[in-house]
Design a protein around this ligand. Structure first.
Ligand code: UD1
Length: 386
């Protein structure tokens, strides 16, 4: 596989984003490629998997991401339709731009779709955040992760345990490079620009004094299909949140999928009332500020498990498993699943005992993207000189 990098090609690195969690990973990488000496030419392609102002434009602005050079405008669809549409529209972009390498991040449908297009055209693919595994094949992201890592040429990992997962899948260690966590690069670069929680609440039309509540407040996000797509799982989760809101006010940032399902299943009453602030999806700086000021975070997001660990804020993850075990082993994360006693017990423990303190994992130091840029530049230069 690595042999491909020895082929001649001097084109740009074609960087791909598709959905919200890709944006905070790509922003530092683009900056590091541009800041490398000599600069590594790059193009940004946006598949358009996420397109709303709340899910897309606002994050681009706050993360200071450049306007994409290429917009595929794929939009929503079933997994098959979305993946296939990205592939169809991405192929001519690859033909026209003649990239030296395609760089993908994370585990969304766009990650896999663009990887498949690249490898089948003989273009080297670099995958950032490789080797994470939940071992739960019911998660669409797990399928995307496993398949992307099987065929990509360079695998940049964010925690050391990822290498073991890759070796178990028969992947050569020569393809793997431990660089640290680019999401934490973004967090560190933006920490001082994070919005004040009271400001965020006010902007969303809520009483800003929630932020100063004596009990503190909890930030909540939920969007995994396994939690929110069926009434049998969403209803009891919302009932548990309602119960939790007696202990401390909740700021619940609603993903469009979750908002739609609450309406569809007629569950609005469960999240009504003064103790639950139902907000739209938040911008990056808003979410960073809300998390940094929170007593605790309740989430099923992958990225927030890492961000809370970096911020030292206790996190209860509403899933049975995590592809980011380091956040549990070293960080502030605890898996509580959907069990009401585990969730409420976890909250009580944090309220009474302060929760897990945790420490920052190795190479979550704000410089992961620079390590990627140096490594990639060296590989591309070696190929150019061959
Ligand atoms: C996708 C990713 C998931 C990631 C999540 C972050 C896959 C398989 N899933 O899931 O890994 O954690 O993004 O948000 O790639 N919608 C809007 N506006 C938008 C985008 C989506 O209203 O800008 C609606 C769509 O109509 C759809 C729903 O939200 O019904 C879900 O969007 P979709 O992109 O299918 O998946 P996510 O659940 O966001």
């Amino acid at each position: 596989m690595i042999g491909k990098l020895e082929h001649e090609n001097h084109g740009p690195v074609l960087c791909v984003v598709g959905a919200r969690p890709n944006f905070m990973k790509m922003a530092p990488i683009l900056r590091a490629l541009a800041g490398h000496e000599p600069p590594v030419p790059a193009l940004l392609a946006h598949t358009g998997q996420h397109y709303d102002r709340d899910m897309n434009d606002r994050l681009f602005e706050e993360l200071r991401l450049p306007r994409p050079d290429i917009n595929l405008e794929v939009g929503s669809g079933t997994h098959a339709v979305q993946t296939a549409e990205v592939m169809k529209r991405f192929e001519p972009v690859v033909d026209e731009s003649g990239p030296s390498c395609i760089l993908v991040v994370g585990d969304v449908n766009s990650t896999l779709a663009c990887t498949l297009v690249g490898v089948k055209k003989g273009i080297p693919v670099a995958h950032v955040e490789a080797g994470l595994r939940s071992f739960d094949r019911n998660m669409p992201e797990e399928i995307n992760r496993v398949l992307t890592d099987q065929v990509a040429d360079i695998l940049y990992t964010s925690e050391r345990g990822a290498l073991d997962n890759l070796l178990r899948e028969g992947i050569s260690p020569a393809r793997v490079e431990f660089v640290g966590n680019v999401m934490i690069d973004s967090l560190m670069a933006n920490r001082e620009h994070a919005r004040r929680p009271a400001e965020v609440l006010e902007a969303a039309g809520f009483d800003p004094s929630i932020a100063a509540s004596p009990s503190g407040y909890a930030v909540v996000t939920l969007h995994r299909p396994s939690n929110v797509d069926r009434e049998e799982t969403l209803r009891p989760l919302l009932e548990t949140l309602r119960e939790a809101s007696r202990r401390l006010p909740l700021i619940f940032a609603l993903h469009p999928r979750t908002r739609a399902n609450i309406g569809r299943f007629g569950l609005d009453d469960l999240v009504a009332g003064k103790r639950i602030a139902l907000a739209p999806p938040q911008g990056y700086l808003e979410m960073l500020g809300l998390m940094a000021g929170a007593r605790l975070v309740l989430t099923d997001s992958g990225g927030m498990q890492e961000e809370t660990t970096a911020l030292g804020i206790p996190c209860l993850t509403l899933r049975e498993n995590t592809e980011r075990p380091i956040t549990v082993e070293q960080g502030t994360n605890t898996l509580v699943g959907r069990d009401d006693r585990a969730i409420l017990g976890g909250i009580a423990e944090i309220m009474e005992g302060g929760g897990k303190r945790g420490c920052t994992p190795e190479l979550w130091d704000g410089h992961a993207a620079e390590r990627i840029a140096s490594h990639l530049a060296a590989r591309l230069a070696a190929r150019g000189n061959a």
